[in-house]
Write a protein that binds this ligand. Structure first.
Ligand SMILES: [Zn+2]
Length: 307
């Protein structure tokens, strides 16, 4: 039904219960895609977990060992801000495998989406802010290792700065990182991305879209990616509990269309990862994520039509 694959596994749901991170959203996005007839079951692929070798291309071995043996310190657990469990670890390795698979599929079909992932705060030696493993970096390193790509771009529109992404790729000229985020928000230390767009509080649709477009233009004139990973956070939404920007649903849909349009015009495969989303009503977060999938469907249609 869809012209590209969606990567999903029911174990992405961390069953965190009454937590500000609605990890049931992965299951809800999957359900809604089927219920609304946007996708059918054949559009979904289930990932294998990333291998430890894949994870170790990004993360330090002592951190990985602590994750696997449940021996993180109290301070390290606090910094994660999600409760540690074996299921959490399984879900993180799966999400990383999901982004690898999504990357491979995008290289075949032009587009793909991991109905999970986008854990952009994870750093080589620690996890933080609900992010344990940096699935996108793990996927980029694996695709480079396989010689499937050399150059990748990360476009991060989550309301929070992509500090893990910036740290991991700081000295890597083959990975261009762009983050558009609210300045006065987590994380408070923001290591530089290739392009950082620091927004003041309360930015609305028109202001956001204009500045994003201006910087996308700069990014694509400076760099020609062989794949784009789109960290498509739903949290710039005006009703988000952890965000302080003021985008509407329509504005977020236009944001997605803008990013997809740049991918299409530059003939670059694009991988969607969902990233954050903490709207007061979880249905809103789900609707924003569905909108991102629909924007990719539209762009895929235009690309197929040679436009
Ligand atoms: Zn976020």
């Amino acid at each position: 039904m869809l012209p590209f694959k969606l990567i999903y596994d029911h174990r992405y749901d961390l069953n965190l219960g009454d937590h500000v991170f609605p990890s049931q959203k992965y299951r809800l996005v999957h359900e809604e895609l089927l219920k609304r007839g946007i996708a059918d079951s054949k559009d979904f692929l289930s990932p294998a977990p990333a291998s430890d070798e894949d994870v170790l291309r990004v993360h330090r071995s002592d951190y990985v060992r602590k994750l696997k043996t449940g021996s993180l310190s109290y301070a390290e657990l606090q910094q994660l801000e999600v409760p540690y469990s074996e299921e959490l670890i399984e879900a993180c390795w799966l999400a990383a495998g999901g982004s690898i698979l999504a990357g491979r599929r995008a290289l075949i079909d032009g587009w793909s989406a991991n109905i999970g992932g986008g854990f952009h705060h994870a750093c080589p030696d620690h996890g933080e802010g609900f992010c344990v493993l940096h699935d996108v970096a793990i996927a980029i390193r694996r695709l480079q290792f396989d010689k499937a790509i050399e150059r990748a771009m990360v476009i991060d529109t989550d309301v929070h700065h992509g500090n893990g992404t910036a740290t991991i790729f700081a000295k890597d000229e083959n990975v261009f990182t762009l983050s558009i985020h609210q300045l006065h928000n987590y994380p408070f230390i923001k290591p530089p991305s290739t392009i950082d767009i620091n927004l003041p509080d309360g930015v609305e649709d028109e202001g956001y879209l204009a500045v994003l477009e201006e910087h996308l233009q700069k990014a694509f004139s400076a760099f020609s990616p062989q794949i784009i990973f789109y960290v498509a956070g739903a949290d710039p939404y005006r009703e988000d509990q952890l965000g302080g920007l003021a985008l509407t649903m329509e504005g977020l849909a236009r944001r997605d269309a803008l990013v997809m349009n740049y991918a299409r015009k530059n003939k670059s495969p694009l991988v969607i990862t969902l990233a954050g989303g903490y709207a007061r009503r979880v249905q809103d977060t789900v609707a924003i994520h569905l909108g991102t999938i629909l924007a990719a469907r539209d762009a895929a249609g235009k690309r197929a039509a040679g436009r």
